[in-house]
Design a protein around this ligand. Structure first.
Ligand code: FAD
Ligand code: SF4
Length: 470
């Protein structure tokens, strides 16, 4: 019999965190898994609200209170089954979602100051433990059709789309230009948030369900889109958003100034042992590093640099801490690991110095009027410049979607900011202006979150199934 007052007797426990002194020298996940008893007890803190706000704030609308109940009762396989009904990558979302802004931010327990149910850690626990105990998605009732869909991109959107397609008997063949699946899960998000083995295991599960991967294959270069259109009954594009956003100040192209994503990809490939021949390993060992930006990518860069042995890592951001776009949890983790933050600093110029170091001129800012999204603009304070000297600058100002060169020949329309036009409200959700091609994830909504890419991949798969049947 569950205790309705468990939330008062037991405090919130999302799993132990490895001490900063240990974790900052290794590329391993920093949160320890919950044990069976802890998971059941933590799940038992849920109030089973009649109107579960957590479900509404979760972008895939997970049946959270229902699977929490199953965990409390020790019914692990049923919890895994239910969790997969709404989420194709639950163990990954449990690790990387900014829960404080999503499900856990909406938990009723926050209101009384009791601390939200640790939903993310329990979601991770369910799938990790179910896989360990031998649970696999049940494909026994799937009736295979003769239809095939070519999926471009093995990131969260493409994987989620493929998952729903094969569960409905449609063969999914996923093409990716990289050597491993996962998109930014593998080549962007570092191992201290998501270990590569978790994505590899998901690959085995998807392959076991009938998904086929064709890697090291760039569509538009190695294989034309026409070949794909001729080969498959329909196409899904989940190609992400990769156009690097520049700051537009002098010195951005100086030697020693790096773009965030190539730096993170280089680090990921070092750990996977897949650095291409001729590409040198980048290391910040013994260096003074300045990271410009305040989002998740900036946090991943500062924490990667410190783990590579950087002597000093500073993060400079043009707004204040409260207005940072990055997850609060990750900012807190970065601070614990020794990163120094300089808030309200805008880069003005970078100059190379004799001896190979860099002088970065930063101006102080104050917050002005809100922009169209309600965020207050950073305004430069006159005559407030100061110089920071460092060995490397890493620029992490974010990414934009970009239309591929072949879009116009295939009648795929994109907006002026590069986002592919594919609406959730059209008769076949996420269909593009080419009826045979669907799209979702970052390339449609702009750089965003894993869980939203998963949602769109799943919704697009529903659109594709309806299109293939009509
Ligand atoms: P992607 O993950 O970018 O996948 C696109 C795939 O398409 C790639 O594998 C690419 O190689 C492939 N591709 C592109 N063009 C072609 C082509 N022509 N032919 C073949 N393959 C192609 N989100 C979170 O929720 N939590 C986080 O902690 C978080 N941290 C992040 C850290 C970093 C450094 C970055 C950059 C992003 C982070 N995000 C995070 C955002 C998240 O990773 C993305 O929103 C998500 O991965 C988008 O999924 P996607 O499938 O749309 O695209
Ligand atoms: Fe929370 Fe993300 Fe899981 Fe939804 S998918 S329950 S938002 S951790």
């Amino acid at each position: 019999m569950s205790d309705v007052f468990q939330f008062m007797k037991l405090s919130r426990n999302p799993g132990d965190k490895i001490d900063a002194s240990v974790r900052k020298i290794e590329f391993k996940e920093i949160y320890q898994p919950l044990h069976e008893v802890d998971a059941a007890e933590q799940a038992g803190r849920c109030l089973s609200c009649g109107n579960p706000y957590c479900e509404w704030e979760c972008p895939v609308h997970n049946y959270i209170p229902n699977w929490l109940k199953l965990v409390e009762e020790g019914r692990l396989f049923e919890a895994a089954e239910l969790s997969h009904q709404t989420n194709s990558l639950p163990e990954i979302c449990g690790r990387v979602c900014p829960q404080d802004r999503l499900c856990e931010g909406a938990c009723t327990l926050n209101q009384g100051g009791f601390g939200a149910v640790s939903i993310g850690s329990i979601e991770k626990y369910i799938t990790d433990e179910a896989f360990k105990a031998g649970w696999r998605p049940d494909m026994s009732k799937v009736v295979w059709t003769d239809k095939t869909v070519g999926v471009i991109g093995a990131g969260p959107a493409g994987l989620a789309c493929a998952d729903v397609l094969v569960r409905n008997g449609v063969k999914a063949i996923v093409y990716d230009r990289y050597e491993e699946i996962g998109g930014l899960l593998t080549f962007g998000i570092p191992e201290f948030k998501l270990e590569k083995s978790v994505v590899k295991r998901r690959r085995e599960i998807l392959e076991g369900m009938g998904v086929e991967f064709v890697l090291n294959t760039e569509i538009g270069k190695d294989v034309s889109i026409e070949t794909l259109l001729a080969k498959h009954d329909a196409i899904f594009m989940g190609m992400g958003a990769y156009k690097f956003m520049k700051g537009g100040f002098p010195g951005e192209d100086c030697p020693g100034v790096l773009e965030a994503l190539p730096y993170l990809i280089n680090n990921a490939r070092q750990s996977m042992g897949t650095l291409p021949e001729g590409e040198a390993a980048i290391s910040m060992k013994g260096k003074h590093v300045l990271v410009l930006g305040g989002g998740d990518t900036a946090m991943d860069c500062v924490r990667t640099a410190i783990r590579q042995g950087a002597k000093r890592v500073i993060c400079a951001y043009r707004r204040d801490e409260a207005n940072m776009p990055g997850s609060k949890r990750e900012v807190c983790n970065a601070k614990e690991e020794g990163i120094e933050f300089q808030w309200n600093r805008q880069p003005i110029a970078i100059e190379p110095l004799i001896g190979g170091t860099l002088a970065v001129k930063l101006a102080k800012t104050c917050l002005g009027v809100p922009d169209v999204n309600g965020r207050r603009n950073a305004e430069v304070v006159p005559s407030s410049e100061e110089i920071i000297e460092c060995d490397h600058v890493i620029i992490a100002f974010g990414f934009q979607a970009e239309a591929a060169s072949w879009f116009h020949t295939d009648n795929i329309k994109a907006s002026s900011n590069g986002r592919t036009l594919a609406s959730s409200r059209s008769s076949f959700p996420y269909q593009t202006s080419n009826p045979k091609i669907f799209a979702g994830g970052d390339m449609v909504r702009g750089a965003d979150l894993v869980v939203r890419a998963v949602y769109e991949g799943r919704q697009a798969a529903e659109g594709l199934l309806a299109y293939l049947e009509h």
